[in-house]
Design a protein around this ligand. Structure first.
Ligand SMILES: [Zn+2]
Length: 179
């Protein structure tokens, strides 16, 4: 398994390298940031999403289930996956203290999701919905509790029926919705 993990890490780092080159080429082309911002907003409005795998060039099937990996292997993969995401302008919002190996399962799940590729700025990907009972990492979370009082305010303008499981109250405040 370790050989496979090393090869996969190399593949992901290669994807990082390619993405960085593309990014540099694009930044020279797109000197008109206003235009890019308009395009990005339209992207969001029209829900023009694609799988993260096609955005990053890494297929979800190559990412082993976390239960088959050691802590070190999960940390190794989480490190390169997070690096690739950041180059692609996705910012996974993990608590600062959350160990690397604990991030792997969240990153792996993201690879099966669809996103609108950010043409400008960054997409903040939230895992905590500011609901302490549902927090995926309560022992590390920087958000829960701190924002507890705001939840009523965020929800109050809407009826309960307007919500579904995919609703992310943070998306109103943080640019394009990640999901
Ligand atoms: Zn939380």
């Amino acid at each position: 398994m370790q050989n496979y993990i090393n090869q996969l890490s190399d593949d992901i780092l290669e994807a990082c390298r390619v993405a960085e080159i593309q990014d540099q080429l694009n930044s020279h082309e797109d000197d008109d940031e206003g235009e890019a911002a308009i395009q990005s907003a339209e992207n969001f409005v029209y829900g023009d999403t694609e799988p993260l795998s096609s955005i990053t060039g890494i297929a979800p099937i190559v990412l082993p289930p976390p239960e088959r990996l050691t802590q070190e292997q999960k940390s190794q993969l989480a490190g390169v996956l997070e690096k690739l995401l950041i180059i692609k302008k996705f910012l996974p919002e993990f608590p600062h203290q959350l160990p690397m190996h604990r991030r792997y399962q969240f990153l792996r799940e993201m690879w099966s999701e669809e996103f609108a590729p950010p043409l400008t700025g960054h997409v903040h990907v939230q895992f905590c919905q500011y609901i302490p009972e549902e927090c995926p990492f309560p022992e590390y979370c920087d958000h829960c509790g701190e924002f507890d009082d705001n939840i009523v305010e965020i929800h109050s303008p809407f009826d309960e029926d307007d919500f579904n499981d995919d609703f992310d109250p943070n998306s109103f405040f943080d640019g394009p919705a990640p999901f």
